[in-house]
Design a protein around this ligand. Structure first.
Ligand code: PLP
Length: 387
């Protein structure tokens, strides 16, 4: 049997993440400064780790309820209310998932299938398009523009909507651009979406990593709350990527259906992580503030540094990424990243890994030390001068 021939067409047609190639290359090299990996360089704060360890010591090693421990859902509910003024009932409007990743996947699979279209603004997190394709639906790309500071514009949505449009995935603060959307930006797109039968999947994993003003959720608009699934998690804010825990908030009628996929495919999210997450929400706030302050310091050094070596970049106000324009180099994004890695041992990710319209840009993360950032800038200056 040719087993590959047995694989569903839409799985075969989904390309693997464009980032992987670079990580494979780096594994065989020494002295590389990585500005490539999208995860906090901090370890999970100690009291959070301790709570996970303590739960294991007490033998808390069993399944939780499918939706997650009610105590955790209560903490999530308090957090959403205190931070964003969003009220979700812990009983049936919150689902604890295996990372924001699972929440993205099951919210797409619950609503879309073959014949449906999903609007996916790009550049954006690589999983969105993949999950839409796994569901058998068609991603319809909207190209975000540097001159719009990579914000989503109402006319772009209007132009992308067809009678097949079932959902739109919005991800701010954005990976890879670091762009954010403020109240007025959302107000404009709410005008387009508020009376359409289109589900909004709002990925707010980087909500805590907002450096100017306050994070705005599209669900804060009363017209939108009943048609929006808000996705959040612990990976970025609390430096908990390896714990695999996140959550979805939304109308009970939607979550009840999403919970079926979660129940049959995953059962529940890891219980050790759930105990740790309760501690994170109860007492983790000062540690989050400390990490965000440090990211902010690095953000300013990196943006200033890129500009000084001649790379144009708009000021990213969220997440932990900078997305400089590398077109002055005369190289494509791929050539730029490959040559920079081989010549100067600095790893960045080509912008087109996040959608074709990311061509001409690269993603650099400042989830690394200031010393690494400064050294990377010295090496990049030398690289640009060598061209
Ligand atoms: C925008 C965005 N959403 C979701 C995720 C997934 O995060 P999690 O670790 O919670 O699955 C990531 C991870 O990089 C991300 O960048």
């Amino acid at each position: 049997m040719n087993i590959k021939q047995m694989v569903r067409k839409n799985i075969l047609e989904t390309p693997p993440s464009g980032i992987r190639k670079y990580f494979d290359m780096v594994n065989e090299m020494e002295d590389v400064i990585s500005l490539g990996i999208g995860e906090p360089d901090f370890e999970t704060p100690w009291t959070i780790r301790e709570e996970g360890i303590y739960s294991l010591e007490r033998g808390k090693t069993h399944y939780s309820s499918n939706a997650g421990f009610i105590e955790l859902r209560r903490e999530i509910s308090n957090y959403m209310n205190n931070r964003f003024g969003l009220k979700y009932d812990p009983k049936d409007e919150i689902l604890v998932t295996v990372g924001g990743s699972e929440a993205i996947d099951i919210s797409i699979r619950t609503f879309v299938g073959p014949g449906d279209e999903v609007i996916v603004p790009e550049p954006s997190f690589v999983a969105y398009k993949g999950c839409v394709m796994f569901a058998g639906a068609t991603p319809v790309t909207v190209e975000l523009k540097a001159e719009d500071r990579f914000k989503l514009k109402p006319e772009q949505i209007v132009n992308a909507i067809t009678d097949k449009t079932k959902a739109i995935i919005i991800g701010y603060p954005n990976n890879p651009t670091g762009a954010t959307m403020d109240y007025d930006d959302y107000k404009a797109i709410v005008e387009v979406l508020k009376d359409k039968d289109i589900i909004v999947i709002s990925d707010e994993l980087y909500a805590e990593l907002t450096y100017e003003g306050k994070h705005v959720s599209i669900a804060q608009f009363p017209e939108m709350k009943d048609r929006t699934i808000v996705i959040n998690g612990f990976s970025k804010a609390f430096a908990m990527t390896g714990w695999r825990i996140g959550y979805a908030c939304g109308p009970a009628d939607a979550l009840e259906q999403m919970k079926k996929i979660h129940q049959y495919a995953l059962m529940c999210s890891p219980t050790t992580a759930q105990y740790a997450a309760i501690e994170a929400l109860k007492n983790g706030e000062p540690e989050v503030r400390r990490m965000v302050e440090e990211y902010n310091r690095r953000r300013l050094v990196m943006v200033d540094g890129f500009r000084k070596i001649g790379l144009n970049c708009f000021e990213p106000l969220g997440a932990f990424y900078v997305f400089p324009d590398i077109r002055v180099s005369g190289l494509s994004s791929d050539e730029f990243c490959e040559r920079l890695l081989m010549q100067e041992r600095v790893l960045m990710v080509p912008g087109n890994a996040f959608g074709a319209c990311g061509e001409g840009f690269v993603r650099a993360t400042y989830a690394t030390s200031i010393d690494n950032i400064r050294e990377a800038l010295v090496r990049m200056r030398r690289f640009l001068e060598s061209l």
